[in-house]
Design a binder for this molecule. Structure first.
Ligand code: 5GP
Length: 139
């Protein structure tokens, strides 16, 4: 498998080299809003240490990330009064992965409401509002 690229976009977000809308972090993980949300409240959970995806992650990285994913899944249900949550995780280009730092997508879902098509930039003010709702639900 290709080596981890320390200049991938999420590594730059972790180092604070490019902006992101953070909603939660602990010693091992970071959660921040997806810039092209496919549902209101769509966020990403990543480990703070490098790995490309599920295929090279350590058990410790996976344990930390799935624990934070559960915490954020519960928070988005509260924040958006959601009926359910979709959790997605892609591995390598053939598996649909575009950013090669392990991440789990967390999407709050409502009965009968489809996710939006990928690739459309979100409204930054709205994303910031949604982040505040999630942070309030975590508090
Ligand atoms: P995947 O690699 O799982 O296919 O998806 C990568 C995700 O990262 C996409 O949902 C995309 O919208 C998101 N993304 C790509 N670039 C950025 C960025 O610079 N900032 C944020 N917050 N999300 C990004």
């Amino acid at each position: 498998m290709t080596a981890y690229d320390p200049d991938n976009i999420f590594a730059k977000i972790l180092r604070g080299e490019i902006p992101s809308t953070r909603v939660y972090e602990d010693d091992e993980t970071l959660a921040f809003m997806d810039i092209m949300p496919r549902a209101d409240g769509h966020l990403l959970v990543i480990p703070k240490t490098p790995c490309r995806n599920l295929l090279d992650a350590s058990p410790q990285q996976l344990t930390a990330v799935i624990g934070t994913a559960q915490k954020l899944a519960k928070a988005v249900v509260t924040a958006f009064d959601a009926d359910g949550v979709t959790v997605q995780q892609f591995n390598e280009a053939a598996g649909g992965q575009e950013v090669f730092h392990l991440h789990f997508h967390i999407l709050p879902r409502h009965d009968g409401v489809a996710v939006r098509a990928p690739g459309t930039m979100g409204d930054f003010e709205l994303i910031a509002e949604h982040a505040e709702k999630i942070k309030a639900a975590l508090a």
